[in-house]
Design a binder for this molecule. Structure first.
Ligand code: SF4
Ligand code: SF4
Length: 344
């Protein structure tokens, strides 16, 4: 016997969580756009779109957050840093979204453990929906996982025949939530899974070696000229995590804030001398790809891309990271790396 959830009971699950004082975050339609947002009514849950425009990262790593506030007296200073995130159920992310959390855990827990990020991770139960469809921007399978991967989820809901989800309780946190709202679940034999797998589009193993060998290559100027440097791709990416820390205040006090930043902005690397080591968009895009597929992979053993396709769907000039990865795969196949010691 397996645990099942009728699709018509999805909102009852959220109502049960709200009744038990969980904050609930899920996809809702606002001004015509489907976004992850805090919900006050389970009826607002909107699963019409394959995925949301924003990613779930802002519920763990907000666009801006106060690390602490301070007030300055004549001879002293007082600092306050009380922080307690609400118990949260986050529903409606996909396998790619959940996987991004596992990859971000490595970054935020690396040399310094980011207490804000991990407090939110601890307080949040992630309920993921395996995909019953995909679009041309999806490429999770090219990154070595797929639309029903459970990594990063606390509960995975897999659509099956009969308008139901097969329920996989992945972690103790997920099991605890299921026990709290157990009335909405049933037991039975699940029907056949209705999971849709996008085809594999490039050879991931070829991307990193090609990027390492080709810091200088005509591709950088030829392929990224159209980029506006707007940063949309980085802000909507579940994996992009550049931030800046600034003090916002006056002589009486203020707050130290952590704000999202973007490697696609010219100011990101501008020195006070006026020199900019990444003077053009080509260099900034090269950094974006090398960070995601070389440096992050070297440091954390995984790519800083989960193939969600948000940057592709939302780029104002239709610049597609997937097209570029396919192109790099073709370039790598045409000029494979020489074995060590071989003459070029
Ligand atoms: S969204 Fe498109 S135009 Fe904007 S920075 Fe990213 S690639 Fe460039
Ligand atoms: S780079 Fe694009 S496809 Fe990859 S995780 Fe970020 S938004 Fe998704």
């Amino acid at each position: 016997m397996a645990m099942l959830l009728a699709k018509k009971n999805l909102r009852a699950l959220l109502r049960g969580a709200m009744d038990r004082k969980y904050r609930v975050v899920g996809p809702v339609r606002e001004h015509g756009i489907v976004l992850f947002a805090e919900m006050s009514d389970p009826g607002a849950l909107c699963l019409d779109e394959l995925n949301t425009q924003n990613s779930i990262k802002e519920f763990f790593f907000p666009k801006t957050e106060k690390l602490f506030t301070y007030s300055l007296g004549k001879n002293d200073a007082a600092v306050a840093d009380d922080f307690a995130p609400p118990r949260t159920v986050l529903i409606g992310g996909r396998a790619c979204d959940a996987r991004s959390l596992v990859a971000l855990d490595r970054l935020f827990g690396w040399d310094y453990k980011d207490k804000f990020y991990f407090a939110r991770r601890e307080a949040t139960c992630v309920i993921t929906l395996a995909c019953d469809r995909f679009d041309e921007a999806c490429f999770c399978t090219s990154l070595g996982f797929g639309p029903r991967a459970a990594e990063g989820s606390d509960i995975l809901l897999v659509p099956v025949e009969g308008d139901e989800y097969a329920v996989e309780a992945v972690t103790d946190k997920g099991r605890a939530l299921i026990a709290e709202v157990k009335d909405v679940f049933t037991e039975g034999t699940p029907g056949a899974e209705k999971v849709a797998y996008p085809e594999k589009k490039f050879d991931l193993a070829a991307v990193k070696p090609w990027l390492e060998r080709n810091f200088e290559h005509p591709i950088w100027k030829e392929e990224f000229l159209s980029c506006l440097g707007c940063g949309t791709c980085t802000y909507q990416c579940p994996m992009c995590h550049c931030f800046d820390i600034v003090d916002e205040g006056d002589i009486h006090g203020g707050a130290r804030c952590k704000n999202w930043d973007s490697c696609q902005f010219a100011l990101f690397t501008l020195h006070t001398s006026g020199h900019n080591p990444r003077p053009a968009q080509a260099a900034r895009w090269r950094q974006r790809l090398r960070h995601k597929f070389v440096y992050y992979a070297d440091k954390f053993g995984t790519e800083a891309c989960v193939g969600c396709g948000r940057c592709i769907r939302n780029c104002p000039v239709c610049l597609s990271i997937l097209d570029k990865l396919v192109l790099i795969g073709r370039e790598a196949a045409a000029a494979p790396a020489q074995p060590a010691g071989a003459q070029p």
